[in-house]
Design a protein around this ligand. Structure first.
Ligand SMILES: C[S@@+](CC[C@H](N)C(=O)[O-])C[C@H]1O[C@@H](n2cnc3c(N)ncnc32)[C@H](O)[C@@H]1O
Length: 285
């Protein structure tokens, strides 16, 4: 663990934010990575979100293969395209951003409508880089509903290029992305693999996905244990004094670690209040 920490401090910069995603572990990546094993050959992250932990893994374990997956297709398309065709993606953002400056603010709302019809990853990038505080938010009809950040006029293309370039360096090799349910990775896992899990809270209000089923999820963890797959799981948390998840069954893990408090950006913005979050990390090793 100490080796990990010193490597991280000396070699790891901040994880650049490709998309701001609810529940991102970007701010606690360093604390979480401290508890990962010394060596990892194959790394799986089946609730990838914005991929902040995968990015850090790529940096700390340059030789390992990483497999990121998520149920939300536009997100996975972003990672696939950053790793295979970053220039096209950057050019498209520059093109859209330039159009926005000329047709302000209408272009944003046209794009939002288009995204809600077609769910194209490139439109999601545009929206996330131009909406209020970059927050990706959906209403009960699964529609992206955040508004344009009027005063910022969108992230400048040069800055966005920089973020994509950093990501490209990390994920151009030995990185694989797939849109699928978390359970479908079970067949690919073998002894010696390492998996980091960051599922949504059971009572998550994110409408674009079904709520996580408790029995199915605990059954999946049970299978990991039977297969001798090492895992780290971010499971429960608290916001101020409110607990955000169910109990995680004791028989399924060996250690529980408390991850220091972070501030939730989403709540800062929505409630203009600084809520303190804490998270627990469960390990089966
Ligand atoms: C808490 S977020 C992960 C955040 C991520 N660790 C980060 O740093 O951005 C949970 C993710 O799980 C995904 N998800 C929800 N249900 C899923 C399922 N059944 N299978 C795979 N992914 C799922 C969501 O789309 C979401 O991106």
């Amino acid at each position: 663990m100490l080796k990990q920490l010193s490597l991280f401090n000396s070699r790891t910069s901040k994880v650049p934010s490709l998309v701001k995603w609810t529940g991102s572990k970007r701010k606690s990546a360093k604390q979480i990575l401290k508890y990962f094993p010394e060596d990892i050959n194959r790394y799986f992250e089946p609730f990838l979100g914005s991929g902040s932990i995968l990015y850090a893994v790529r940096e700390l374990y340059p030789d390992c293969k990483v497999y990121g997956s998520d149920i939300y297709k536009p997100l996975i398309d972003i990672f696939k395209n950053v790793s295979k065709n970053p220039l096209k993606l950057k050019n498209k953002y520059r093109h859209d951003w330039t159009k926005l400056q000329k047709d302000f603010p209408n272009f944003f709302y046209k794009k939002r409508e288009l995204f809600n019809k077609k769910k194209n990853f490139q439109d999601l990038i545009f929206l996330s880089r131009t909406c209020v505080n970059g927050i990706i938010r959906f209403n009960k009809n699964n529609e992206f509903n955040n508004s344009l950040h009027l005063s910022r006029r969108g992230m400048k293309p040069d800055l966005f290029d920089n973020i994509v370039d950093n990501w490209f360096l990390r994920i151009k090799n030995k990185s694989y992305f797939k849109c699928c349910d978390y359970t479908s990775i079970l067949n690919h896992l073998k002894k010696g693999d390492f998996i980091y899990l960051d599922p949504p809270y059971f009572h998550s209000k994110n409408r674009y996905i079904e709520n996580l089923n408790k029995d199915k999820f605990f059954g999946f963890i049970d299978e990991l244990n039977k297969k001798n797959i090492l895992f780290a799981l971010s499971f429960d948390g608290s916001r101020d004094n409110i607990k955000l998840n169910e109990e995680f069954p004791k028989k399924l893990f060996k250690r529980k670690i408390s991850i220091n408090q972070t501030i939730s950006t989403l709540n800062n913005v929505l409630n203009k209040k600084k809520n303190k979050f804490s998270d627990s990390l469960y390990l089966n090793y």
